[in-house]
Design a protein around this ligand. Structure first.
Ligand code: HEM
Ligand code: HEM
Length: 179
């Protein structure tokens, strides 16, 4: 018999994903402000590596949330709020993947390669390989920025919902603090 609510692995993955994404937002605004030069290389590599790892966290979170299945939403919640929560969750998953894949594609055409955590070459150096493309880098870069803003708006909605449930003391917040 499965316990109601999220499993421990889902809770753990939720927080690893959440902390990584919040860190990525902070890191990106700092790294974009660094003047051009070698000093930019390390924060960019860290951003790209953590971002690629978030794809894996997101996929695992999606997989494990179904085992055991999350509990029902609390009674007495307006219907629109229930639908907003579901829509926000679905869109967050979608946007996490759009943000990450547009980042991968933008960086693939930028002329710079990416070694996954400084080991395996995941994105080859397109400048050396001869398929560097400024227009494609800009196109996917724009998708990356705009989708990041949409993800941020969804996160603000999500965290506002969490604060609302904290004041309501209806047990929803406890589902994500039970490892
Ligand atoms: C970058 C930050 C975050 C991301 C990407 C994120 C993502 C998600 C996702 C995708 C779900 C849906 C899980 C599912 O049912 O499949 C979820 C659920 C949840 N999150 Fe977050 N989250 C973040 C931050 C937070 C924070 C800061 C809190 C609390 C203060 C929080 C509290 C919760 C709770 C309580 C649920 C369960 C809601 C329910 O059972 O209906 N999350 N989160
Ligand atoms: C959820 C994960 C991610 C978030 C939230 C995120 C967020 C951001 C943000 C907010 C920026 C700043 C954009 C600007 O102000 O112009 C940025 C830049 C960038 N990101 Fe990400 N990112 C993520 C994942 C990735 C991934 C997976 C890659 C590639 C492997 C990547 C590659 C880049 C690059 C190359 C830039 C610099 C773009 C430029 O020079 O114009 N990001 N990211």
């Amino acid at each position: 018999m499965s316990k109601p609510g999220y499993g421990n692995l889902t809770v753990l993955l939720h927080w690893v994903t959440a902390i990584s994404i919040l860190f990525l937002f902070g890191l990106s605004w700092w790294m974009m402000a660094i003047p051009y030069g070698d000093y930019r290389f390390l924060p960019f590599q860290l951003h790209k590596n953590l971002g690629i790892t978030v794809i894996l966290f997101g996929l695992l979170l999606l997989f494990f949330r179904f085992r055991p299945r999350p509990g029902r939403l609390p009674d007495g919640m307006p219907r629109w709020m229930y639908h907003l929560a579901i829509a926000d969750h679905v869109l967050m998953y979608l946007l996490i993947f759009v943000v990450c894949f547009s980042g991968v594609l933008s960086s693939a055409f930028s002329g710079w390669g990416t070694d996954l955590w400084w080991t395996l070459t995941l994105i080859p150096d397109s400048a050396a390989e001869g398929w560097e493309s400024e227009p494609l880098n800009i196109l996917f870069g724009e998708i990356h920025v705009y989708s990041s803003w949409i993800l941020l708006a969804l996160l603000i909605t999500h965290i506002s919902g969490a604060v609302f449930h904290a004041f309501r003391r209806d047990g929803v917040l406890r589902r994500m603090f039970r490892v």
